[in-house]
Design a protein around this ligand. Structure first.
Ligand code: GNR
Ligand code: NI
Length: 175
């Protein structure tokens, strides 16, 4: 099976709003499989469909050390949240950038599984942080949107520098 391409900031497709999944069919199952493969090979702990240019309400998580606890959330909603907690976040769509973001500490969520069955879960710790990060992707929001204008400017500069170096590495050293 093929790895999917992860789109990167500032690609405008990361700003699209995902629409609900309506068909719980074999195509959906294949998309989920391909997204897990993509997430695991990129060593991410979560992936939103938005990041692979599919604008449907679907997100995956595996925050386990052992990388063997996959979770799928379709048409997810946060129905309760409490507390707040700050965590250093990163994003596969904003490579090489890490920043502190404050989010709810504990959340209660509802979602559908790949067969379309509704379920609810209480999440905390990294599972809650990552769920909220992925929910933001489905709404076209990125973790760097929470930073101060000064910090966002630093992020933009750092990304521009990274891109310049990538291009230089690809074309080889010059005299
Ligand atoms: O792999 C990821 N790590 C991570 C670390 C802290 C907070 C959120 C995340 S999610 C990220 C994968 C990703 O970009 N998901 O959208
Ligand atoms: Ni992300």
């Amino acid at each position: 099976m093929a790895n999917l391409n992860i789109i990167e900031f500032p690609d405008p497709r990361l700003r699209k709003i995902a629409t609900p999944v309506e068909a719980f069919d074999a195509d959906l199952g294949r998309l989920i499989d391909a997204m897990f493969e993509t997430m695991y090979s990129a060593q991410g702990i979560g992936l939103a469909a938005t990041q692979v240019d599919v604008h449907k309400q679907l997100l995956l998580l595996d925050v386990s050390e052992t990388r063997d606890q996959p979770h799928v959330y379709i048409n997810p909603r946060i129905i309760e949240s409490e507390g707040s907690e700050t965590c250093e976040e990163g994003c596969l769509s904003v490579p090489g950038i890490y920043a502190e973001v404050s989010r709810a500490e504990k959340i209660r969520i509802s979602a559908r599984d790949p067969d379309g069955n509704l379920f609810e879960e209480a999440l905390d710790g990294m599972h809650a942080v990552c769920f909220q990060h992925e929910m933001d992707h489905l709404k076209g929001k990125l973790f760097i949107d929470y930073l101060s204008p000064l910090k966002r400017r630093m992020v933009r500069k750092k990304l521009e520098k990274q891109r310049r170096q990538e291009i230089q590495n690809a074309t080889g050293p010059r005299m």
